[in-house]
Design a protein around this ligand. Structure first.
Ligand SMILES: [Zn+2]
Length: 262
């Protein structure tokens, strides 16, 4: 199987995991940069992530347009992915979702969303909030063109997560495994923080040193990381699609070093 086929299967797995873990429902999407052409990326056609199969994957350019227009409907908000891939050469995978537990932090400015649990460390110390109204006034809040996508990517900057006011979030990472992991733990971290606020008193966030220590110990294909991916894939009913990089299939899109994203 080619690295492209392997990556498409991984993208299907990512779709199913995000659905099973309640990060996405009928809406929300995940994408991965093309392994052979950094100016393209792969994403499903307009379809609920839980229903995505390999035949539903389409190839788009960094303007958000299909490289081969076969008439299939595309996600309206595909420009989120296009603009982040365009702005961030280090990013290999992107998720956009509306997970409910993250929404209050994009609306209320009293409490910033920051890591409070160890598995939330990959969120990074800074989570910017993007408000589409700042530049585009009254819209339907959806990112429906490349200019809006670029404005969001600018707000994301070098961070891993941007919240989108009254809408959801965008996450960016070096691989599919990382972006899925980040997107699953982001709402959980938000939930823990919200419950802690209800208990009252000061909130103890992860320190920069703790976040750095977590990052230093992280490897995308370590047994610990693989264990999560394997567990989630089987729980989502697609364990049969799993391909370990050790199986002899190349994963050229994965950077093995630990530089780059926090
Ligand atoms: Zn959306």
């Amino acid at each position: 199987m080619s690295s492209l086929d392997t990556l498409m299967q991984d993208l299907v797995i990512a779709n199913r995991i995000l659905a099973k873990e309640d990060v996405v429902d009928a809406y929300g999407h995940v994408s991965v940069r093309h392994p052979d052409d950094p100016k393209r990326f792969l994403i499903a056609r307009s379809l609920a992530p839980d229903l995505v199969g390999p035949e539903d994957i389409v190839e788009l350019d960094l303007g958000g347009q299909p490289t081969r227009d076969d008439g299939r409907s595309l996600y309206l908000e595909r420009f989120i992915h296009a603009a982040i891939f365009e702005a961030r050469p280090d990013v290999m995978a992107v998720v956009h979702a509306h997970a409910e537990d993250t929404l209050p932090f994009g609306i209320a400015d009293g409490t910033r969303l920051r890591p409070v649990i160890h598995s939330g460390s990959f969120i990074g110390i800074e989570v910017p909030v993007w408000d589409i109204a700042d530049r585009f006034g009254d819209t339907n809040l959806l990112v429906t063109n490349i200019e809006q996508g670029r404005d969001l990517a600018k707000c994301l900057g070098a961070n891993s997560v941007a919240l989108m006011r009254g809408h959801g979030f965008a996450t960016a990472a070096r691989s599919l495994i990382e972006v899925v992991r980040l997107s699953v733990y982001l709402p959980r971290n938000a939930r823990a923080l919200m419950r802690a606020k209800q208990l009252g008193g000061d909130i103890k966030y992860l320190s920069q040193g703790e976040i750095d220590a977590r990052n230093r110990g992280y490897r995308p294909y370590s047994p610990e990381t693989w264990r999560t991916w394997e567990y989630w894939a089987n729980k989502a009913g697609c364990g049969h699609l799993l391909t370990r990089p050790d199986d002899g299939h190349a994963h050229p899109h994965i950077r093995r070093d630990n530089a780059g994203l926090q």
